[in-house]
Design a binder for this molecule. Structure first.
Ligand code: AMP
Ligand code: MG
Length: 417
């Protein structure tokens, strides 16, 4: 048996960051920049107003008060997206909307609320003049050209993970595509004579292949593109045929067929077509695990053989496939987020493996509490649906008692925890 860390190291040593390609910014979320991004423009491009109001010379407001406003002559109006030819001079103002460029001559913007505009409108007076209620300083309400980004500067560095905000920044630079490490194509193959695909009538003795879909959804969630290969039967011929369809994949994930049952042929195919790296990991659920490089034509494709039990396959995916996908995406390998919580359950760890127990974490007065979500059988997939975290019981801890402090690996990071 090998440890979770040893197994992970072995998997990671066989995958590498994928090449760069141009991706539409809209599709690039969760991908990683393959190049530094410099700006060719200033943002904002010109001084502009942060408020709706009147562009003035600050000088023209000296001495203004609410009871004795300074009256300025309104010589024009400018909306966002337009320029005005008018020039602001002492004693004049230009009505201006948020985002509009500051007219020549103006050095401040008085917001509407600091003028008598509302009163004039209520009295049906034309806005040929405006009363200013207060003194303003030079620069008030003006956004400076280049205050966000200056032309020529480095805006986002190679290696940056693209989140909605980075995508917004790229759009503000006018870019529609961006160089990122491409998404791995992850082939997903279920194995077993008992399996049926969804949408078909159930037959006696058969089960629907839930792994196909939970694994594909997990792959999608961590940024890969799943390629569903369907179901291979428990014989070498069927499996080899299906595996051939993984030729163009960056990673092949199979489920089932790695334990000691008579019909567990994944191991045999692996042994025939590739080099087996390991079989058993000191963890629960998910002990039987296969990893190797499959030679498919000219290409060697890393193959991760997950256990068949639906909970085991999901948990081993999170521990091994997700980091591998992250590495291919160029993401810094980060563990899943963990929290410290108090256990509200008693959990026994009989055989010195690392237990990943399905728990529901809740928060109360700043403390986290984790309780088992019910039966922990590795075939009980609804327990995953009830859980938001995996409590980690270390190999050398024989039992967790109620009240013990534990580490929980979060499956989801819910706001309403
Ligand atoms: P095995 O690894 O083949 O011994 O399978 C272990 C358990 O997982 C068995 O109960 C299988 O029926 C079940 N199983 C295998 N593949 C899937 C699948 N794709 N979806 C749901 N359950 C599966
Ligand atoms: Mg089987």
């Amino acid at each position: 048996m090998i440890s979770v860390e040893e197994a992970l190291d072995k998997v990671l040593s066989h995958v590498d960051v994928l090449e760069a390609e141009d991706e539409l910014i809209l599709d690039s979320m969760g991908q990683v920049l393959a190049e530094d991004i410099y700006s060719t423009i200033d943002i904002p491009g010109m001084d502009n107003t942060a408020m709706d109001g009147y562009a003035v010379q600050a000088e023209s407001t000296v001495g203004a008060t609410h009871s004795s406003p300074n009256i300025l002559r309104v010589i024009g109006e400018v909306a966002a997206g337009y320029l005005t030819k008018e020039e602001v001079t002492p004693g004049t103002a230009i009505r201006i909307m948020t985002g509009a460029p500051i007219p020549t001559g103006a050095d401040a913007v008085v917001q509407f609320e600091d003028t008598d505009e509302e009163k004039r409108k209520a009295n049906n007076e034309p806005l040929t003049e405006i009363g200013v209620f207060r003194e303003v300083r030079v620069g008030l309400n003006i956004r400076q050209a280049g205050e966000d980004i200056t032309s020529g500067s480095l805006v986002l560095s190679k290696g940056t993970l693209l989140r909605p905000q980075e995508i917004g920044v790229l759009a503000s630079l006018g870019r529609d595509v961006v160089p990122v490490h491409r998404r791995p194509l992850v082939a997903i193959l279920s194995t077993g004579d008992e399996l049926l695909d969804v949408g078909k009538p159930l037959e006696v003795g058969k089960i629907y292949s839930s792994n196909t879909y939970s694994l594909a959804a997990q792959a999608t969630r961590c940024g890969a593109v799943p390629k569903i290969l369907g179901i291979a039967r428990d014989n070498m011929k069927s499996l080899k045929e299906k595996i051939r369809e993984a030729r163009d994949a960056d990673l092949l994930i199979t489920s089932a067929g790695v334990s000691v049952g008579d019909y567990d042929v994944v191991k045999d195919v692996l042994a025939e077509q590739g080099e087996v790296t390991f079989w058993t990991v000191r963890m629960k659920p998910g002990k039987p695990l296969a990893f190797g490089m499959l030679q498919l034509g000219k290409k060697a494709v890393p193959h991760l053989g997950l256990p068949g039990n639906p909970v085991s396959s999901m948990i081993t995916f999170e521990q091994f496939a997700r980091p591998a996908i992250f590495k291919m995406l160029g993401r810094k390998i980060s563990d899943k987020p963990t929290i410290r919580a108090r256990s509200e359950s008693y959990i026994k760890n009989r055989d010195g493996r690392r237990v990943f127990a399905r728990v529901k974490v809740r928060q109360e007065e700043g403390e986290y509490y984790a309780s088992l979500v019910g039966p922990q059988g590795s075939g009980i997939l609804t327990s995953m649906a009830l859980a938001n975290g995996l409590m980690i019981v270390p190999e050398d801890v024989p039992a967790v008692n109620v009240g013990d402090e534990v580490v929980v690996q979060m499956l989801d990071w819910e706001q309403e925890l």
